[in-house]
Design a protein around this ligand. Structure first.
Ligand SMILES: *Cc1c(COP(=O)(O)O)cnc(C)c1O
Length: 403
């Protein structure tokens, strides 16, 4: 599970890390190890506490060769010592929360997060006796003010789904360090190519591998990359005891996708920039938020922190009623872009997210926090995940749907 990132270039790493030829058959492409159990040549214990990185394979909830290959690849791409692959992105977030937080602990979390993560933090964690403070992570004073003696974890997401607001990871990691808390970052929007989270001081970098890392819309999965000790604790707690492990079949699909991640991210970024510039110049579009555009409110931070601005953007078309009308037209008229949730696939995906609905369902922000959200998202946004199609075709499709 050691990181081999630094020995080869990023494209070579993406292809070869975790994917050696099969020693049993010399197969160039790794086989899928669809085995739940393994023959023992030893009378050994059967507790998660007996597991070390050198342990032989025992049972696939503990470790599986195909899943381990994907973990090696993601750790190498992210530049961490280790990685835990999970059954979904939500299982990755849950692995972080339930491994590193106990009753009486305090969590500071981005007040705009992936909706499932926001709901887990607001509804489930308090039930377990964990104090939760949702904070606008782009406001460093608000983060500093939220820190308590029992703050154990700061969980951020940048760029944040769905509005594309950024967190200054270097600054927040300094606050976390001073507080003696861990910093975790959901970097799904950026992918491992988008930010050097290790250099920025992040302890745990999580991804929904359903998105860019898998990249082809065919497998749900998640991952948390970090130091070997932290990952070992999550493997015991979240994988072995809570059981949210990734299937070897999905691991193989996701690893195959990850092999071309650097190449795909370059193409996502180039396509997104072309589409964002076209949208921004179109009078029917009220506003475009993309970290690769000079108009992004945090463009300096984007330039400092992001090495790839990915294919994720949001844009507004008038008020909520207009947005909903355009969304309906998209469902009827789009020929290339799929009107569907999810993101980071080779296919372009778009989805309308009304601010009113999000506030009532998952975010429930009030006062200044809701104003900060509306300053980015107005009455609602189209979240667009620019895929790998020709930008001209995407632009023609959007032109048709904007009517
Ligand atoms: C999709 C997503 C998740 C959840 O991942 P699943 O694989 O759907 O469980 C978490 N965070 C972000 C930012 C996401 O986009």
């Amino acid at each position: 599970m050691k990181n081999s990132n630094r020995r080869t270039g990023i494209m070579t790493t993406a292809i070869h890390a975790g994917d050696p030829p099969d020693p049993a058959t010399n197969a160039s492409t790794p086989p899928i190890h669809m085995s739940s159990t393994y023959l023992s040549d030893d009378v050994a214990g059967f507790s998660a506490h007996d597991l070390t990185p050198e342990s032989p394979y025992t049972y696939s909830r503990w470790a599986n060769p195909t899943v381990a290959g994907l973990e090696t690849k993601i750790a190498a791409l992210q530049g961490t010592e280790a990685c835990l692959a999970t059954a979904s992105g939500m299982a990755a977030a849950a692995a972080i929360f339930f491994t590193f937080l106990s009753a009486g602990d305090h969590l500071i979390i981005s007040d705009v997060s992936y909706a499932g993560v926001a709901e887990l933090a607001r509804e489930t964690l308090p039930r377990m006796g964990i104090e939760v403070s949702p904070v606008n992570m782009s406001d460093l004073q608000a983060v500093a003010a939220a820190i308590r003696p029992n703050t154990r974890l700061i969980h951020t997401e940048t760029p944040v789904n769905p509005i594309g607001r950024l967190t200054d990871l270097a600054a927040v990691s300094e606050l976390a360090r001073q507080a003696g808390a861990l910093l975790s970052c959901d970097a799904t929007f950026a992918s491992p190519l988008g930010m050097d989270t290790v250099a920025l001081g992040v302890d745990l970098t999580m991804h929904s591998t359903t998105k860019y890392i898998g990249g082809h819309g065919d497998a749900v999965g998640g991952a948390v990359a970090g130091g070997a000790d932290l990952v070992a604790r999550m493997r015991t707690e979240a994988a072995i005891h809570h059981g949210g492990v990734l299937s070897p079949f999905n691991a193989w699909l996701i690893a195959r996708g990850a092999s071309t991640l650097p190449l795909r991210m370059k193409a996502h970024q180039a396509g997104a920039l072309a589409v964002a510039e076209w949208l921004e110049a179109d009078p029917r579009v009220t506003r475009v938020i993309y970290p690769g555009l000079a108009s992004h409110p945090q463009v300096d931070l984007a330039a400092r922190q992001m090495t790839n601005t990915s294919g994720m953007m949001s844009f507004q078309v008038g008020d909520a009623a207009t947005g909903e009308r355009v969304a309906q037209r998209m469902i009827e008229r789009l020929e290339v872009i799929h009107y569907a949730v999810s993101l980071g696939h080779h296919r372009s995906l778009i989805f309308w997210m009304g601010t009113e609905g999000l506030m009532q369902s998952s975010f429930r922000l009030q006062g200044a926090q809701q104003e900060d959200y509306r300053a980015f998202a107005g009455d609602g946004i189209f979240r667009l995940s620019v895929g790998l199609e020709d930008a001209e075709d995407l632009i023609a499709d959007l032109d048709r749907a904007l009517g």
